[in-house]
Design a protein around this ligand. Structure first.
Ligand code: P1T
Length: 379
């Protein structure tokens, strides 16, 4: 089956009790057992829920994984991935990640004895140079939030396989539609389902897709033991979201390309970060790894004052954190999503005070461009 067909059908047979074509929201905390030790596979709703199970099967199919487990947020999914490790283990991480990921690693997990080294993952050699005997995992985001650097997934996938190290890819920005990291050697894929998978800015959630049975078993154990589960209603919302993932992503991509071209030609903008532009340093790699470039763009306005002027003058684009919804969102990484990254590191990565990030929605693209044009004129 093709991707769009799987997105609509995988994991969701008609409801066995009524034939309902849409998986119901099983809003229950427990399940009545027929007799002691005899039940229908569902005992307690932290452990199993049919709505969540449908979503997990759906997402495993879309990523091409063995199993998926859904969590209360993208952060709780990433937190659970770290629980596969032990004190003393070392993790190599992309130097640019979502600020919350950096915060989780540096301000939570470091206290529990994990060590992290941040490297430029656009070249596998940087990962290789950071390897130690204790290295147990490479965690990368691609394209990175917000600089849109595209990791050398092929090279890093070969390296981690050769060394028997787990490769974890945060695939939130491309979504399973444009990139399937497992095909390039990833062992685990995580998403903030809050973003493209749900797509309608009305749910917070996360998922881990695994490829090895032993990881799937341990992640299922942790999901139950820790309990940071995705609720039945949120599971239902994301299931509804994935049905239109293919159609939405095609439109995000179409609009993203047009907005990126508009920004690249604009005299007030100094630099545009979008893998679909020929001048992007990893454009050719992006063409090879991704089947589209999506709707995430960052651009350099030159100063905090110029960024503020754009952000204060947009009317259609909404000034907000988050991304991946049908509506266009615009944000200021330095003070919003990446405020927890130290200023010196932000400066080194290019997350300047003049940097603006846009999550291009699927409105009529002329309206998005007209809104940005008007705001830039006032900037
Ligand atoms: O917000 P949450 O569902 O917990 O997901 C965290 C997360 C994980 N990974 C990536 C790549 C992300 O971008 C995020 C969340 N990002 C934003 C809220 C943002 O505006 O960038």
């Amino acid at each position: 089956m093709g991707f769009a067909t799987n997105a609509i059908h995988a994991g969701q047979p008609p409801d066995p009790s009524t034939g309902a074509i849409i998986t119901p929201i099983y809003q229950t905390s427990t399940y009545v057992q027929d007799a002691l030790g005899q039940h229908k596979g569902f005992e307690y709703a932290r452990t199993q829920n049919p709505t969540r199970l449908s979503l997990e099967r759906n997402l495993a199919a879309l990523e091409g994984g063995q199993a998926a487990h859904c969590f209360a947020s993208g952060m709780s999914a990433i937190d659970t991935v770290m629980k596969l490790l032990k004190a003393g283990d070392h993790v190599i991480v992309s130097e640019n990640t979502y600020g919350g990921t950096y915060r989780l690693f540096e301000r939570v997990w470091r206290d529990f004895g994990l060590d992290f080294t941040y490297v430029d993952t656009t070249e596998a050699i940087h990962v290789e140079s950071a390897l130690r005997d204790e290295t147990k995992m490479v965690f990368l985001e691609t394209p990175t939030n917000p600089i849109m650097a595209v990791a050398d997934l092929e090279g890093i996938g070969q390296l981690t396989q050769a060394h028997g190290i787990r490769l974890v890819v945060d695939n939130t920005f491309m979504s399973s539609y444009f990139l399937r990291p497992i095909e390039w050697g990833a062992d685990l894929v995580v998403h903030s389902t809050t973003k493209y998978l749900n797509g309608h800015s009305d749910s917070v959630g996360g998922v881990i897709v695994s490829t090895r049975p032993e990881d799937a078993e341990r992640i299922g154990f942790l999901q139950n033991a820790v309990g940071a589960i995705l609720s039945p209603f949120d599971s239902w919302l994301v299931l509804r979201g994935t049905k239109t993932l293919a159609a939405r992503m095609r439109q995000h991509d179409e609009n993203g390309r047009q907005v990126a071209n508009f920004l690249a030609d604009h005299p007030k903008i100094q630099k545009v970060y979008y893998p679909g532009l020929a001048q992007h340093p990893q454009h050719e790699r992006a063409q090879r790894l991704f089947s589209g470039f999506g709707g995430m763009i960052a651009f350099e306005t030159g100063s905090l004052a110029a960024a503020r002027a754009v952000l204060d003058n947009v009317r259609l684009c909404a000034l907000a954190e988050s991304l991946g919804g049908v509506e266009t969102l615009i944000s200021h990484p330095a003070t919003m999503t990446h405020a927890s990254v130290p200023a010196a590191q932000r400066a080194r990565l290019g997350i300047t005070d003049g940097l603006v990030r846009i999550s291009v929605g699927i409105e009529d693209v002329e309206d998005i461009i007209a809104d940005l044009d008007a705001a830039l004129q006032r900037a």
